[in-house]
Design a protein around this ligand. Structure first.
Ligand code: FES
Length: 150
């Protein structure tokens, strides 16, 4: 049995084909514009903090600092040295906080825990927190990506 009128006409086929092509062309043009307006995250090489603003009173004290568009945590250790971490969970990039009374980092998104050295100890985080190099030079605290010394 032959249908009197086809459900999928030649015109409809061509309109779908041209519409799809125009949509793909539009996406090709718009994608770089969106990338320009919202650039992807670029991690800084280093961050220089004024030491006066980041005085840590004693062992186990901490302050946050901006690491590009992400937070960082600068922590004073028991021996007086400083350690810096990128305060972003290694599970799904939520921000982590340091809980000095428990000496642990905590990610509230999925109940992830890290010890005071940034080692993942409980919950879903698959890797330790990223550590950064800390160099104190006079009135400056220089924080660099691990292993990149000037
Ligand atoms: S994002 Fe931190 S535990 Fe899932």
């Amino acid at each position: 049995m032959k249908l009197k009128d086809s459900l999928f006409t030649r015109r409809k086929f061509l309109n779908t084909l041209i519409g799809g092509w125009l949509t793909a062309l539009g996406a090709t043009i718009i994608q770089p514009v969106i990338k320009f307006i919202f650039p992807p995250y670029r991690e800084p090489e280093e961050v220089i903090l004024p030491a006066a603003d980041y005085e840590l009173p004693g062992p186990n004290s901490f302050k946050t600092f901006p690491w590009g568009s992400k937070p960082g945590i600068l922590k004073r250790n028991d021996d007086g040295s400083l350690t810096a971490f990128v305060a972003v969970c290694t599970h799904l990039d939520c921000n982590v906080t340091y809980l000095p009374e428990q000496r642990k980092f905590y990610c509230a998104c999925h109940d992830g825990w890290y010890d005071e050295n940034g080692i993942n100890i409980a919950g879903p985080p698959p890797r330790p927190l990223r550590r950064l190099d800390v160099i104190v030079e006079g009135e400056k605290i220089i924080i660099r990506r691990k292993g990149e010394s000037a």
